[in-house]
Design a binder for this molecule. Structure first.
Ligand SMILES: Cc1ncc(COP(=O)(O)O)c(C=O)c1O
Length: 378
């Protein structure tokens, strides 16, 4: 049996998404910038996609810009603001960002920007007092990961956006893990920019989106033709954009069922570990509204995470470790370090990310094997 419990890394393209994309690969393959009928038809498809997404996220379609992925969206948000606004020299982000944001911020440091990395508490929530203290006239943007890819923490966006608004500072959120996994409504979120990536919700890899609120002063990262209102050049990837739109519709439609089923599965997972007497720690907030549904980041006291993933993989169970390996060392991830997971747990951290297609049988198979492996390695 194969059990895929790595849905936070990527998801499979669903059948309905695949079917929606197919006509745009071999039949309606025109270039939306062409002036003949084949191009004009595709231009209409693109416009309809944007209008559909705008109605799902509750924004104007002119505020949506397709990108190649979430990483591009976040790089554009930070660098595009920095290159457009030279009078403010500071950026605030957090210690628990995805590398797409962290490394873009570090690049801007090499260009002279001062970047502040906010601390988080033991569950991964941003230190709001520190944000209030640091934000000021010289702050260009606050960039926050809305839902954490490793430990599932959903930030207190209302409090963060209120602080940014009071200081008249741009707020960018990385919503790559959040979209379709929690309610998203741009009418109430009070953010200026938002990064999204299709492959986290059953669209293909290679298509993302940056929401840019009307009036935001930002410049291109990618120069060339006049696509995307002249802000992001490159021929639009229409088949994937259609897939992205279909996946978003489906994800938002099925959210309530998805949330309750995945939270039930996650509770069941922990119950079985408790019954087996496993010594584990759930990193991040408790299962519920402050945690991404289906995210279980667990540390097993006294084990080695690489051993566990090796034996799980041998049994056909696919998960992620909480470590970043290089040739000389295996270091716990920056997120686990930021929430200060105790030393005797941190080295055996595994992220199980349950997804929309995970079944109860698969969970039982994964649990039976996990418990067996933990006993064998004792
Ligand atoms: C929170 C977060 N931000 C950004 C990204 C990058 O997205 P992409 O893989 O589309 O570049 C990821 C992907 O893992 C993510 O989880």
């Amino acid at each position: 049996m194969e059990v895929y419990l790595d849905n936070a890394s990527t998801t499979k393209v669903s059948k309905v998404v695949f079917d929606a994309m197919k006509p745009y690969l071999q039949e309606e393959y025109g270039n939306p910038s062409s002036l003949h009928d084949k191009g004009i038809r595709i231009r209409k498809v693109l416009n309809t996609a944007k209008k559909t997404i705008a109605s799902l996220l509750h924004c104007d379609h002119n505020e949506l810009y397709f990108t190649s992925c979430g990483t591009e969206a976040s790089n554009w948000a930070l660098k595009g603001l920095a290159f457009a606004n030279h009078t403010k020299g500071e950026i605030i982000t957090t210690k628990v960002e995805h590398h797409a944001t962290l490394h873009a911020a570090q690049f801007l440091e090499t260009m002279g920007y001062i970047v502040h990395y906010l601390d988080v508490d033991s569950q991964g929530f941003v230190d709001l007092d520190q944000l209030t203290r640091l934000i000021g006239d010289n702050t260009l943007v606050v960039s926050i990961i809305l839902a954490n890819n490793e430990i599932g923490t959903i930030q207190n966006l209302a409090a963060i956006s209120a602080i940014c608004e009071a200081a008249s500072v741009y707020l960018h959120v990385d919503a790559v893990q959040a979209i379709t996994h929690m309610p998203i409504d741009l009418r109430t979120m009070n953010v200026d920019l938002m990064s999204v990536s299709g492959h986290k919700f059953h669209a293909p890899k290679g298509v993302g989106l940056l929401y840019i609120k009307d009036g935001t002063h930002i410049v291109n990262l990618i120069h060339g033709g006049q696509q995307e209102n002249d802000l992001r050049s490159g021929t639009e990837n229409v088949p994937y954009i259609v897939g992205f739109t279909t996946a978003l519709e489906q994800g938002i439609d099925h959210y309530a069922d998805y949330e309750s089923r995945l939270n039930d599965y996650a509770r069941y997972f922990l119950k079985r570990l408790d019954e087996a007497g496993v010594d584990y720690r759930l990193n991040g907030p408790p299962i519920g509204p402050d945690r991404l549904p289906g995210n279980l980041n667990l540390s097993f006291k006294g084990y080695d995470g690489m051993d566990l993933t090796y034996y799980l993989n041998k049994a056909g169970i696919y998960v992620s470790t909480g470590s970043a390996c290089d040739s000389t060392s295996i270091d716990p991830s920056h997120v686990l370090q930021a929430i200060r997971v105790p030393e005797d747990y941190i080295h055996a951290t595994i992220r199980f990310s349950i997804g929309a297609y995970t079944t109860k049988d698969q969970l039982d198979y994964a649990l039976d094997n996990l418990i067996r492996i933990l006993n064998d390695l004792k």
